[in-house]
Design a protein around this ligand. Structure first.
Ligand code: F6P
Length: 367
């Protein structure tokens, strides 16, 4: 019997409808929005899967409208295409009051020909896109917020500050991973569930219910080429991991770095681990590499909902109040006990050998 007919798994649609039954007053708008996002991700998955055959590899050309996004990063053709797919699939439904994306300087206004709704969506349409040309897994990340009440009441255009809500206010968050299989991992606040795209049916099927991150791990991920820019607590943590059995931790660690955060987040969700892209001294204008609103907050919510943790290194990520749309931030996430330990190292006073003037300026605990 064909694989697809044998399956008795829930589809994403079925899962959402069954979840909604627990909230009889819910309108269904929210589910419709998630399904629009899922459709956008299926479209992006197809474009990614066709690769060179679709003629969508390489950098976005100047003739097509530009080459560099608001982050100063070179835009890939697929970045621009994925952004467009996300916008078009979600703008029409009447569920959104506005959106913001890594690829757009300013918030995007829902065109006047469509009704406006109660939610805001913030997304990174293709995270890790520098990996696209070398056929390594990439992903899309999204965060859904409730629009401020006056936006809902007035239907006015959205402004940056409407999106300045802490991660703990997210209504839902998720990512799609375009790997050997396409997956969508979603939280609507009651745990984390993973869905695998059945290519025959074109449906996301619930394959990973109630995902849970082990509290302990012996695997860490960091871009070690930045080590000379790290702050002392990060150096201490990594040194102890590298010392393995012979050091303070008394166990050997393994290291991974894919340079594709969605892929790293997924690995950690599946088997534990810790990821660090900490604040460092590399570039004073960038307090961290990753973006708060559409990378750290959604991945942070997923981690916390799966029993893991997400932190800036110093405080819970989901407590941070954003101050700009494309704000960068140090990001540490994964197995709870490791993230707790990294936060503790940031709180403990520095030892004499760690009091390097390079770090003193930014250390919270300088004396
Ligand atoms: O934010 C983009 C991103 O590609 C992440 O997915 C990834 O974790 C990180 O940047 C990689 O950065 P680097 O190139 O410094 O290793």
């Amino acid at each position: 019997m064909p694989l697809t007919l044998r399956s008795n798994r829930s589809t994403l649609t079925q899962f959402l409808i069954e979840e909604r039954r627990r909230f009889p007053s819910a309108s269904g708008d929210f589910n419709a929005l998630i399904l629009d996002v899922a459709l956008a991700c299926k479209g992006i998955a197809k474009a990614v899967a066709y690769g060179e055959l679709a003629g969508v590899m390489g950098n976005h050309s100047a003739e097509e409208g530009g080459t560099v996004n608001v982050q100063g990063e070179t835009q890939k053709t697929l970045d621009v295409l994925s952004n467009d797919v996300f916008m078009r699939r979600t703008e029409w439904s009447g569920n959104l009051a506005g959106m913001a994306s890594e690829e757009m300087d300013d918030p995007y206004q829902i065109p006047k020909l469509f009704p406006r709704g109660n939610y805001l969506i913030v997304f990174d349409p293709l995270d890790g896109s520098s990996n696209i040309d070398v056929n390594v897994s990439v992903g899309s990340i999204f965060s859904i917020l409730r629009a401020p009440q006056d936006v809902i009441d007035s239907g006015r255009d959205v402004v940056d500050t409407d999106f300045f809500q802490s991660g703990s206010q997210q209504v839902a968050a998720g990512y799609a991973l375009y790997g050997p299989t396409t997956m969508m991992v979603l939280t609507v606040g009651g745990g984390v569930n993973g869905f695998t795209l059945d290519p025959n049916l074109g449906e996301f099927m619930l394959t990973h219910p109630k995902m849970h991150i082990p509290e302990d791990t012996h695997e860490f991920a960091i871009n070690a080429s930045n080590s000379r820019f790290w702050e002392a607590p990060v150096t201490r943590y990594v040194d102890e991991c590298l010392a393995g059995k012979t050091g303070a931790r008394g166990k050997d660690f393994n290291m991974r770095w894919i340079a594709s955060m969605v892929a790293e987040a997924h690995r950690i969700l599946m088997r534990g681990g810790v990821f660090l892209y900490p604040r460092d001294t590399k570039d004073a204008s960038k307090p961290g590499r990753l973006r708060l609103l559409y990378e750290a907050n959604p991945v942070g919510m997923i981690m916390e909902q799966a029993g893991g943790r997400a932190s800036t290194g110093e405080m819970p990520m989901l407590d941070v109040l954003p101050t700009s749309l494309h704000q960068r931030i140090g990001f540490v996430f994964g197995s709870k006990n490791e993230v707790d330990r990294i936060e503790r190292y940031h709180r403990e006073p520095l030892k004499a050998e760690e009091k390097n003037p390079l770090f003193a300026e930014r250390s919270l605990f300088r004396d």
